[in-house]
Design a protein around this ligand. Structure first.
Ligand code: FES
Length: 418
């Protein structure tokens, strides 16, 4: 372990100079009220924040960042929060995906350009997770992920209604004359009812939070603690403490995001019935950290694995139920024979150590591997004359009657034609 006040630390090439440049770097931060000893070589922790009023899923991130800061100060670090482009899935046109790489460049350059020794990534809504992970991976500093957590279960007139899934269903009911327009409007306030938090189905945001945890890039339980649960704030504080230690240990992202960690994530994605978007994002993250990963790996490693998690859209429950049932640690414990249990995680323990005694409290939500919710449910790669380079499908969410289909094809020459 290096000294807590290491003059070779990255941030000291800004703050450690005695002459004019050191004066400039320090003086313009002292105007924020920071005392001199914060510039003495202690780890400077950047808190990369995707808070925005246009990204309601990340609407609680200003408060979450304060808990990270608590932890950083407690461990003897100096936290500095900075904003990056926030990609809100519901408001951005034409699609937030168009901006993922742009946001990742924002993250990378913001980290690279500033006096930062370690990074905490505050991520939530769909594309905010991959863009932050990608940008940070390109910098390869000690980094820890803190997800925003899912929203509370949507509830309307005694029913559970899941983000997305419920909207499509109810809008069709209105069209069919089975639901009144005023009831439809009432359901709007019942579906998304916690201030902050991601969609509470196993959609892209929940999937990516699980991927971050499966990769070992967050503390255990990060993926599922609801956004408004006090344990989410505790995890943020503990992550703030831990990142300071990670800087002392020089535990960089590349030590955690290895090929084995990505293979673990592929296994985890099958077991949770995760989104096909994970394929796109994990391939991009692997590329940034220099790990070889391709579409065939998903087919070889994940397609024959069972899905253990009974969550919408494949199943019936929602993310709150998943957390109370044990969350990802309970799933990974079941999947242990398929995992690289010696993969290192940000808390300094191996994945195997983290999940060895993880309990499951509800087998209706998280099944055993021997009696899975759905067998052979991992992401499968399809090839054929319609997709010569490959296409992905999530069999666990597919209607069985469509898995074999004969019918007319409507063919477009190009995107303009479509
Ligand atoms: Fe943000 Fe679904 S819209 S997570």
């Amino acid at each position: 372990m290096t000294s807590p006040k290491d003059t070779k630390r990255r941030s000291q090439s800004w703050f450690g100079h005695e002459g004019k440049s050191g004066f400039l770097y320090r003086s313009w931060l002292k105007n924020q009220g920071y005392p001199s000893d914060l510039f003495d070589g202690r780890p400077v922790i950047g808190i990369c924040n995707t808070w925005s009023e246009l990204t309601p899923c990340n609407g609680h991130f200003r408060e979450l960042a304060e808990y990270v800061k608590r932890g950083v100060y407690e461990a003897g670090g100096f936290p500095l929060e900075f904003p990056v482009m926030s990609l809100g899935e519901t408001q951005m046109r034409p699609t937030a995906m168009l901006f993922r790489n742009l946001a990742s460049m924002d993250v990378e350059e913001s980290i690279r350009a500033n006096p930062i020794d370690g990074v905490v990534l505050l991520m939530g809504c769909d594309k905010t997770t991959p863009s932050l992970m990608m940008g940070a991976a390109s910098c390869d500093l000690p980094t820890i992920g803190v997800s925003g957590g899912p929203m509370l279960t949507g509830r309307w007139r005694g029913q559970k209604i899941g983000s997305g899934t419920g909207v499509w269903k109810m809008s069709e009911m209105v069209r069919a004359g089975e639901m009144e327009q005023e009831d439809f409007v009432e359901a709007e306030s019942c579906m998304h009812r916690s201030k902050g938090g991601t969609c509470m189905t196993m959609g892209t945001a929940s999937t990516m939070a699980n991927m971050v945890e499966a990769l070992g890039m967050s503390l255990p339980e990060n993926a599922a603690i609801p956004a408004v649960d006090s344990r989410r704030y505790r995890l943020a504080q503990l992550s703030g403490r831990r990142i300071v230690q990670m800087v002392h240990e020089d535990m960089r992202m590349s030590k955690i995001m290895t090929r084995n960690a990505f293979e673990n994530a592929i296994v985890a994605n099958a077991a949770i019935g995760g989104s096909t978007n994970a394929v796109i994002h994990l391939l991009a993250m692997a590329g940034r950290i220099g790990v070889e990963l391709n579409l065939k790996d998903w087919d070889d490693l994940g397609s024959k694995l069972p899905c253990l998690v009974n969550l919408q859209p494949s199943g019936e429950h929602l993310m709150e139920d998943y957390y109370y049932a044990g969350g990802l640690p309970a799933v990974l414990r079941e999947m242990a024979p398929h995992l690289h249990l010696d993969a290192l995680t940000v808390n300094g323990k191996t994945l195997g150590e983290n999940v060895a005694s993880a309990p499951c409290w509800n087998r209706d939500v998280i099944t055993t591997a021997s009696e899975p919710f759905k067998p052979d449910a991992g992401i499968a790669v399809l090839r054929g004359n319609l997709a010569p380079d490959g296409a992905v499908i999530k069999p666990s969410a597919a209607s069985t009657h469509l898995l074999q289909h004969r019918g007319r094809a409507v063919v477009f020459e190009n995107i303009e034609d479509l």
